[in-house]
Ligand binder design. Structure first.
Ligand code: AMP
Ligand code: ZN
Length: 714
């Protein structure tokens, strides 16, 4: 190749580096330009004149946010710049470049992914599991290299979906899945949705004309959890692990949906380079990670570590495994690579894996185990949840012995029988999950799971309404429900009585000290002091926490009662609507429904609760014990949302839902918990559920997306 073709992704002032280059001078330059452009955000002719600078400023901020994890502007400031670019491009379509930050958004749906060939095959890795494996591998590597000692670069083994990216003349031109290693699927449009993958990168600065680079796409634990919560909200079973979520997301037919999954891409390998004469050889793997970082890729520069000799590597592997759960994303091990690239070449590869690299695998987080029997847990509202008791297996450092089977539908879908072998997974902080059963391993002795018809605790016949997937015990006095209600009552979001945890409540219930909620305020502290395991200090702590709970605001008490359909949000509106909690007992369904956020279902549930004399009796006992049943009204906040009510559905991607709700309240608005004619605004995020359908049928509700909401606030 000759060095004639030098493409520069945007008109970069010649004395400055690319917007992704992270030196202080560069940062100041783009930060200053950012402010200037923001000040001119409505000046179309200024923006048009400076359009390529505007694009670079946006690239700079994207890099700070998505790659460096260290944004320099607020989301709103970034949006302002982005909108300005959109507007400028709309007015001057001839100025749009293929790598403009606006061009991530693809056109509609992919029907079928094309098969494409990788420039260099994507190999697998050899695995190691302990120090002995690593020592043996090191011995062979040194022998092949003919050296006494080798330098190794160690980095995380990201647990996601592997990808290959091709850049030509600085432009991202093709992205593919690994496939069978030789051929993969062309998922370019989907990969353009991932903001940590730059649409252009200044490879030409390094004399590189074409590059194929490799990496892994992941979804971090927090986004994964949020995604699963949404599935649960829609009564869908959650995804088993972040890896499945990432690879599934990459193969979605609608590229815009990919963008909303908040995927991240780590790039850790340069597989192929086509260079010009100005190219200087890269000496080592660690240097290539640094180069990728400089080019704007999220390479593991900060995670990697270089060691001389294998002993340091072995120690590092042990330490890292212990800290595995502290990372925001999943890794399944570390990869150890001979650092010097010339030596990598010398060592070469087998048909299966390179000889210069090895994976050190952490303890598996999946395991198979036998389903021994099914138990049934009764919740606070009487719901009966089947729980699988399995042959205890260690998974990712803990022993798993029981796992939720959710409900009958889950059991049916996964085709689970007693005696079956199950594949069980526990990823990080995620609760254990049954991935699948193995019907092919059955020997005929397996038996169907038969749901009980009576409560396993109090023997009352179970009931099930048509619109629910769960069976319930209808007996309010059921011991299991009584205990669960007390656990809910004392929990953090309710009365927040520290020191009275699940186990202690169960124990005190067995001892006969806690038989209902009021008995919490009547604990025999003298007896408690005599008990083994309770020092004077812990008894004082418990008694102080109980005392303190008496002054909790009314909405916490309402939430703590565990009235069905009355969560924290509704509890807040109820507390505002009455002057004393027992006012609710005197209200009929119609007047209850006049309260914001209270629909038919909620009103019925409240009425049912207060028409039960034992509940009213209990509340009177609580009041006598000194609890706060009076409502202390707060004057409404003044603000531009005053008097307006809001509800959120689906995932927001610019802020957390709790932040958005706080924003509403800070501006004088209030949050409702369901769709009704009392609702003014429904804010719709990604994967909105049934609330949206319901709201569409009520003409007075304004439906806004996240951007519309942000506009409304400002
Ligand atoms: P395995 O699929 O268990 O054979 O492991 C090989 C795969 O690990 C590769 O194909 C990559 O997709 C993936 N991998 C994750 N992180 C790295 C890394 N830092 N270096 C190399 N491969 C990695
Ligand atoms: Zn029961």
């Amino acid at each position: 190749m000759d060095g004639t073709k030098i493409y520069i992704s945007a008109e970069i002032p010649f004395n400055l580096a690319h917007p992704m280059t992270s030196n202080n001078e560069n940062t100041r330059f783009y930060q200053d330009r950012s402010k200037e452009l923001a000040a001119q955000a409505t000046n179309l002719s200024y923006l048009t004149e400076n359009i390529s600078l505007l694009r670079d400023v946006i690239r700079f901020h994207e890099n700070r946010y998505y790659v460096m994890n260290d944004p320099l502007v607020s989301d709103a400031e970034f949006d302002q710049l982005y909108k300005a670019l959109e507007k400028t491009e709309a007015a001057n379509p001839q100025l749009i470049t293929t790598d403009s930050p606006t061009q991530r958004v693809g056109p509609g749906m992919t029907k079928q992914f094309k098969t494409v060939q990788h420039l260099v095959p994507m190999l697998s890795l050899e695995n190691s599991y302990d120090a002995a494996d690593l020592l043996e591998w090191d011995r062979k590597a040194r022998e092949l290299a003919g050296l006494e000692q080798l330098a190794y670069c160690v980095e995380p083994k990201f647990d996601g979906a592997s990808i290959s990216l091709v850049y030509e003349n600085d432009l991202f031109s093709r992205g593919a899945t690994r496939g069978d290693g030789v051929e993969g699927e062309d998922i370019t449009l989907n990969l353009k949705q991932i903001k940590s993958i730059p649409l252009s990168a200044a490879f030409s600065k390094y004399g590189i004309q074409q590059a194929e680079i490799r990496g892994e796409v992941l979804i971090n634990k927090q986004n994964f959890q949020q995604f699963n919560e949404q599935l649960l909200e829609q009564n869908l079973p959650p995804l088993a692990n972040p890896r499945n979520a990432a690879s599934g997301s990459l193969r979605l037919k609608d590229a815009r949906m990919v963008g909303k999954r908040n995927l991240e891409a780590f790039i850790y390998h340069i597989a192929y380079l086509n260079v010009t004469t100005t190219h200087k050889e890269i000496p080592s793997h660690s240097k290539s990670l640094e180069m990728l970082w400089e080019l704007g890729f999220r390479s593991p520069v900060h995670e990697k570590k270089v060691f001389n000799g294998i002993q340091g590597v072995i120690d590092f592997c042990k330490d890292f495994e212990a800290k595995r759960d502290e990372l925001p994303y999943e890794i399944d091990g570390l990869v150890i690579k001979v650092n010097e690239l010339a030596l990598q070449e010398k060592l070469g590869m087998t048909t299966h894996h390179p000889r210069w690299a090895i994976a050190f695998k952490f303890k598996a987080r999946q395991s198979t185990s036998k389903l021994l029997q099914v138990g049934y847990q009764v919740g606070r509202t009487g719901s009966v949840t089947p729980v699988a008791k399995i042959q205890p297996v260690p998974i990712g450092g803990v022993t798993v012995a029981s796992i939720s089977l959710h409900n009958q539908d889950f059991i049916r879908e996964k085709d689970i029988r007693i005696g079956d072998t199950l594949l069980v997974e526990r990823a990080g902080d995620v609760i254990p999950y049954i991935v699948k059963s193995f019907p092919e391993l059955r020997d005929g002795s397996e038996t169907a799971i038969v749901f009980p018809s009576a409560c396993p605790v109090c023997n009352t016949a179970l009931v099930k309404t048509e619109d629910e997937a769960v069976w319930r015990c209808p007996n309010d006095g059921c011991d299991a429900q009584v205990v669960e209600r007390m656990i809910h009552f004392t929990s953090k979001d309710a009365m927040d009585i520290r020191g009275l945890g699940d186990a202690i409540i169960r124990k005190f219930h067995e001892l006969g000290w806690l038989k209902d909620i009021p008995s919490i305020y009547n604990l025999p502290l003298d007896e408690l002091r005599k008990m083994e395991g309770f020092g004077a200090k812990s008894v004082t702590n418990i008694s102080e926490a109980i005392e303190k709970s008496k002054t909790q605001p009314l909405y916490r008490l309402i939430n703590a009662l565990g009235i069905r359909y009355v969560g924290e949000t509704t509890a807040k509106t109820l507390a505002q609507a009455v002057s004393h909690l027992l006012d609710l007992a005197t209200m009929d369904k119609e007047s209850l429904q006049k309260i914001d956020d209270v629909g038919v279902k909620v009103a019925e549930s409240i009425q049912q609760y207060f028409s039960n004399p034992s509940n009213v009796d209990m509340l009177k006992k609580l009041e006598a014990a000194g609890l706060q049943l009076q409502s202390v009204h707060q004057p409404p906040v003044d603000g531009n949302l005053k008097g307006k009510s809001f509800l959120f559905t689906g995932t927001l991607y610019k802020m957390k839902r709790s932040e958005a709700e706080a924003l509403v309240e800070a501006n004088g608005g209030k949050i409702l918990s369901g769709v009704s004619s009392k609702l003014d605004f429904l804010i719709v995020g990604e994967d909105a559920g049934s609330k949206l359908e319901k709201a569409k049928k009520i003409a007075s509700i304004q439906i806004l997306d996240e951007d519309g909401f942000i506009k409304l606030i400002h």
